[in-house]
Design a protein around this ligand. Sequence first.
Ligand SMILES: NC(=O)c1ccc[n+]([C@@H]2O[C@H](COP(=O)([O-])OP(=O)(O)OC[C@H]3O[C@@H](n4cnc5c(N)ncnc54)[C@H](O)[C@@H]3O)[C@@H](O)[C@H]2O)c1
Length: 364
Amino acid sequence: MEKFRIAIIGTGGIAHKHATAYLEMPDVEIVAGSDIVPGKARAFLDEFGLENAKAFENTQEMLDAIKPDAVSVCTYNSTHAECAIQAMRAGCDVLLEKPMTITLEDAIAIRKVEKETGKLLTVGFQPRYDGRMRKIKEIVQSGVLGKVYYVQTGGGRWRGIPGSTFIEKRYAGVGCLADIGCYSLDMVLNALGYPKPLTVSATAFNYFGTNPKYNKPEDAARFNVDDFCGAFIRLEGGITLDFRTAWAMHMDTTGATIFLGTDAGLKVEPAGTESHYGGAWDGSCGPVTLFHDKFDEPTSTPIPLHDLKEDRFYLKCRSFVDAVKENLPAPIPTSQIIYNQAIIDGIIRSNESGHEVTIEIPEI
Ligand SMILES: NC(=O)c1ccc[n+]([C@@H]2O[C@H](COP(=O)([O-])OP(=O)(O)OC[C@H]3O[C@@H](n4cnc5c(N)ncnc54)[C@H](O)[C@@H]3O)[C@@H](O)[C@H]2O)c1
């Protein structure tokens, strides 16, 4: 049986998890890797014992020479669009790391090329593959909450500012919002069935990342992205989304995720607040409780979710391979994630302009 030929574009931190997942799949072969840093792709492939896989310092050259069936785009955010578009134009299906892009404009460009080439592109939000997240969606979609009118969500770290390419605009574009905020947005938007965002009013700060008291001095000096964002987002269908995300703050958590409905409410508590990294929302969660009336009395019912943990990273990569091989739709389609990206874009615009902004997403 001929193996499914995958190449990895951008062989930094997260590429290791992609390679580990693909190496577990007997029907998949990692045939190449590319990274603009000289020698980095070769060292990466060698680390995995992939001496026969070819290394490149130019992604287009790799696509032309190797013609892989598919690629994982694991570059930093600022080159997501460029690499995803290059790959689709070269005939590859794409697993693109989150966030989809930095700007809405780039996300629209990806959608256009997807349509033009007919290639499949899925965005890598692995929490979607966690059984607990599927259960939360099942509860929200079941109708038990009645009409959902207000949702609060966010992921926040007491202290947990990353370094590397995450803290500079030229690489990451956006800070905690694009790093962990996009997960919280995906969690609730996916549970709600991805309603269209209409308006955003937001603020963003970077009091911690830029302060050598809370960040390594050398990182504080180059830090120029957000480390906290808060937003009030109106969604289609009369739903309001109240959202917060933080890499650092003087607080253990930005609070629970709650869905308020006319018949019941659902509370998803943060994964934990004990450690300085606790409370970040990344597909883990704490207790889940349904609040409803029983015999006309307000009642709370715990929903047991303890045994639903799965290897979500493997499943994210596997579902991509399966979708391509079996001609299925993209598991996490850009038709949804463009709304996530539009909110991120709206938050940035609203913060910069100091007032509420309207979200407009062209039909593609
Ligand atoms: N899903 C997750 O759990 C998860 C976790 C961490 C990071 N990420 C995402 O993965 C992406 C990468 O993060 P990271 O921590 O691996 O960053 P990183 O900086 O360690 O790695 C990115 C690599 O891409 C390379 N690169 C940039 N442009 C390129 C191009 N045009 N062609 C080839 N190589 C190029 C860089 O040289 C670098 O080696 C980010 O978008 C981040 O949001 C996802």
